[in-house]
Design a protein around this ligand. Sequence first.
Ligand code: IMP
Ligand code: MG
Length: 174
Amino acid sequence: MSETINVLISEEQIDQKIRELGERISRDYMGKSITLVGILKGASFFMCELAKRISVPVYVDFMSVSSYGNATKSSGVVRINKDLDDSIEGRDVIIVEDIIDSGRTLSYLTEMLAGRGASSIRVATLLDKPERRVVDFKPDYSGFTIPDTFVVGYGMDYGQRYRNLPYIGVVTLD
Ligand code: IMP
Ligand code: MG
């Protein structure tokens, strides 16, 4: 069995969108600094490109999480595999994610990080699959809304492969 990857969003479209997001964020946070919190591993590619397009001071930190317990439970507890290195108390935080699917990860993380005394918490995601939502969650900054389909590339994987594709593609098994 082999896999074919069909391009859904090109490298040029992604670059252009990240520039736009960076400009919007820079305007929204004028006179402030931002702590970007990337969710490993998938969001790291998007986060680096986004950080370069933001013109206010930026701090970067990362977390690694995985789904925990009963996946059908809508509470959606996630396990922290790697926590932040630095305190976010008093910081304006933007959580950076590759894709929002059920919404469980981010609804849990935004509440958890809010409990640590951040001044503000917003979410930026490269992709959003709103049709798949189990928990009500809306990102503050979103690159592309896509249908209910499994995508790879630009940090996203299928069995840990394809993260390094410079575009976003759909996997077809044939
Ligand atoms: P959720 O919103 O809590 O369901 O989880 C979102 C996470 O699921 C993302 O950070 C990805 O790691 C993973 N994910 C969801 N959809 C896709 C996809 O189409 N391709 C690759 N990873 C995905
Ligand atoms: Mg992820």
